[in-house]
Design a protein around this ligand. Structure first.
Ligand SMILES: O=C(O)c1cc(=O)[nH]c(=O)n1[C@@H]1O[C@H](COP(=O)(O)O)[C@@H](O)[C@H]1O
Length: 234
């Protein structure tokens, strides 16, 4: 088994059936799986268990954002599920992130990686202005990443475009999880800040979150293998 697959396939499906049909065609040596809001809301912890029993590690992407007590309890519930990674919104603030980190300490070495979302990859400068943030997306990402690091979390979700600066500012041990990954031939869809898999790793991404370019491909395993080949031979 590859020790640390770099590709995280986003299982953005409306129900368990199509998700498991896809998963049964994938290879846990080449990827981990991300379960997000839609699939988790429909299929819940049982689906996470089903994925784990097939040999996949799971990133539970529920982007928790609430008061510290509620968010830290949710993160502990994710840890009880045995997930590999869980995330919260950095804009929930320092007290919220610290509460989550502290709550996970009791899980010891088996705790999930705790990651904070900075600025969503679907957002550009105009979107930020709309919510009263007048600095550029890159500046806002740096600011939230600094706060995340101060709170002792493991890393952030950001776009690969911000990865070089964040690696420089936060160092190698601060994990960068980057969605908005698009092979050259793939459609951008609703993503704005995108990069190819090879460029994203070269920029300093640690993990690539890839959804539609794999899940909507005619042959998802072939798409996964092609991206895997591309990144190992870079
Ligand atoms: O936290 C995430 O995973 C995430 C953060 C972000 O800023 N942007 C983003 O696209 N994502 C997720 O990454 C996945 C990207 O999917 P595709 O655009 O289909 O490759 C989706 O499941 C999103 O929910």
């Amino acid at each position: 088994m590859q020790k640390d697959p770099k590709i995280i396939v986003a299982l953005d499906f409306p129900s368990e059936e199509p998700a498991l049909a896809l998963v049964d065609s994938l290879n846990p040596e080449l990827c981990r799986l991300k379960v997000g809001k839609e699939l988790f809301t429909r299929s819940g912890p049982a689906l996470v268990k089903a994925l784990q029993s097939r040999g996949f590690e799971v990133f539970l992407d529920l982007k928790f954002h609430d008061i510290p007590n509620t968010t830290s309890a949710a993160v502990a519930a994710a840890a009880d599920l045995g997930v590999w990674m869980v995330n919260v919104h950095a804009s929930g603030g320092a007290r919220m992130m610290e509460a989550c980190r502290e709550r996970l300490e009791s899980f010891g070495a088996d705790r999930p990686l705790l990651i904070a979302v900075t600025v969503l990859t679907s957002m550009g400068a105009d979107d930020l202005r709309g919510i009263g943030v007048t600095v550029s997306p890159a500046e806002q990402v740096s600011r939230l990443a600094a706060l995340t690091a101060e709170c002792g979390l493991d890393g952030v979700v950001c776009s690969a475009q911000e990865a070089p600066v964040l690696k420089q500012e936060r160092g190698d041990r601060f994990t960068l999880v980057t969605p908005g990954i698009r092979p050259l031939t793939a459609a951008k869809g609703d993503q704005q800040r995108v990069m190819t898999p090879v460029d994203a790793l070269a920029a300093g991404s640690d993990y690539l979150v890839i959804g539609r370019p794999i899940t909507q491909a005619d042959d998802p395993l072939a798409a996964l293998e092609a991206i895997h080949r591309e990144i190992v031979s870079r």
